[in-house]
Design a protein around this ligand. Structure first.
Ligand code: GAR
Length: 194
């Protein structure tokens, strides 16, 4: 029988280290039956853009200000996703709330990565929020996307301990290390469930 691979798109707004971790996992065979067909970026000046060019990853890079409104740029993204026959969208540091156009098109087929143990510390600067709250444990969440801010159904979580000798920077580093493993693992698990 011919095995079909799961075609994914990854959205990023900044550094793109999680997008690269996914791409690396696919290239090294650690993430199987998955192809990265499209990257979407809403900031042409983001560091991730250079990586996309270097790695020849097909991408749609846009400036929201060039569109009338969110519906207009989400419709443009939606067309690209259709053209690339995307099965799953992965938000990996895409710093925008997804609107009704993409939510409807991708119902149940869009996940987000968030650097805290949701429902604790949703929104921006989750690592800083946890650090300032002096928790002794935080973590990483992969969840399905709904209309709320980091509110969708939780799919996978992993805890990260805050040690007495941690700084905000070392905690941040530990969280990113966990993210780079947990997100490819979540994608692999979804691929097996599909
Ligand atoms: C990651 O830590 C991700 O969890 C976070 O943005 C970072 C992106 O890093 N996302 C959110 O805070 C979403 N609410 P990256 O660009 O290096 O992958």
């Amino acid at each position: 029988m011919l095995e079909m691979s799961m075609r994914i798109a990854v959205f990023a707004s900044g550094r793109g280290s999680n997008l690269l971790a996914i791409h690396d996992a696919i290239l090294s065979g650690n993430l199987q039956g998955v192809t990265l067909e499209l990257a979407v970026c809403d900031r042409p000046d983001a560091p991730v853009v250079e990586h996309l060019n270097n790695r020849n990853i097909q991408s749609f890079i846009f400036r929201p200000a060039d569109f009338k409104d969110k519906n207009a740029f989400e419709s443009a993204i939606g067309e690209k996703l259709d053209q690339a026959k995307i099965d799953l969208v992965v938000l990996a540091g895409y710093m925008r709330l997804v609107g009704p156009v993409l939510l409807e098109q991708l119902e149940g087929r869009m996940i987000n990565l968030h650097p805290s143990l949701l429902p604790s510390f949703p929104g921006k600067d989750a690592i800083g929020q946890a650090w300032r709250a002096k928790v002794n444990e935080t973590g990483v969440t992969v969840h399905f996307v709904d209309e709320g801010m980091d509110t969708g159904q939780i799919y996978l979580q992993q805890k990260v301990k805050v040690n007495a000798d941690d700084t905000e920077e070392s905690l941040s580093e530990k969280i990113h290390q966990v993210e780079h493993k947990l997100l490819p693992r979540a994608i692999q698990q979804l691929q097996q469930e599909m």
